[in-house]
Design a protein around this ligand. Structure first.
Ligand code: NAP
Length: 255
């Protein structure tokens, strides 16, 4: 039997980190070999994710984690400044990063793709692991071909630090590309930050006498887990950077 894929997690104490720790631990083919949290370093991961002791002590940094264990994949849900460092540390240890953290620029992603190709390693940076959000982009591209007047609204919980969201920026790029020569102005993005929200995106198209609203709601962070788990498995199968969840899902279908 093949050995389990060894996964390390950074940002384990955060909202996405906790959800990811539970999801990774529940996969029969994945082994969560280590997790990082500055604020909870030294604690057992189980205490952080609402489970009993799991025998895994949180490390203060990814470098410290690698002093005691190896990993095939490093999953990162932190902040962009921490993600940059975690990606570098992961690659220097031959581990493949799967990054959900938002805020990395297109120029940085180009550089990361080159670095990964030079190292012969795969990497995923995906601002939204939700399958529904990926489909929203696909449907928005189709609608933009017929309705060129469009605006984007993104609504998130008040603790989200970056605005606009990485998903909204990607929706804008998709719509602008689909509009091509019909693009009359940069597609506006409106950001809302309120308690009670999780992650919500609207693409609103206006035409004479009609409005078409495409909308997607992540009601809980579980919505990101099937895509994340697919990415963790897929990243072992290619070299270079993949940012498109649709590409990862196609890879996941291959026998
Ligand atoms: N790709 C997706 O599908 C998806 C979905 C939702 C959110 N996100 C993104 O994922 C990231 C994390 O979101 P979240 O809601 O889990 O955030 P969060 O609850 O604030 O968690 C982030 C964690 O990162 C750790 N961290 C490490 N270095 C940090 C630094 N320099 N500054 C702040 N925190 C640092 C913190 O833990 P310690 O202090 O204990 O180290 C914190 O618990 C964000 O970029 C968000 O936009 C992506």
């Amino acid at each position: 039997m093949n050995r389990k894929l060894r996964v390390a997690l950074t940002g384990a104490s955060g909202k996405m980190g906790q959800e990811s720790a539970r999801a990774i631990s529940d996969q029969p083919d994945l082994q969560l070999v280590g997790a990082v949290s500055r604020s909870r370093a030294g604690d057992d991961l189980g205490a952080v994710i609402g489970r009993g002791p799991v025998g895994l002590t949180l490390a203060p940094t990814l470098s410290a984690l690698f002093e005691t264990t190896g990993a095939d994949v490093v999953v990162d849900f932190t902040r962009s400044e921490a993600a940059r460092e975690n990606i570098a540390v992961a690659l220097s240890h031959g581990a493949r990063p799967v990054v959900g953290t938002t805020g990395l620029s297109p120029v940085e992603l180009d550089g990361l793709d080159r670095r990964c190709r030079n190292l012969g390693l795969g990497c995923v940076v995906c601002p939204n692991f939700s399958v529904g959000a990926m489909l929203l982009g696909r449907f928005a591209r189709e609608a933009a071909a017929y309705l060129p007047d469009v605006e984007i609204i993104e609504l998130h919980h008040q603790a989200k630090v970056d605005a606009p969201s990485g998903t909204a920026l990607r929706l804008k790029a998709t719509v602008d590309e689909a509009l091509g020569a019909s693009l009359r102005r940069p597609t506006p993005i409106h950001s809302v930050r309120l308690p009670g929200l999780v992650a919500h995106h609207r693409v609103v198209f206006g035409g004479p006498g009609e409005v078409l609203t495409l909308s997607h709601d992540s009601l809980s962070r579980q919505s990101f887990m099937p895509g994340l788990i697919t990415a963790v498995r897929a990243v072992m199968t290619f070299i270079g950077l993949v940012t498109d969840l649709a590409v990862l899902l196609e890879m996941g279908k291959r026998p």
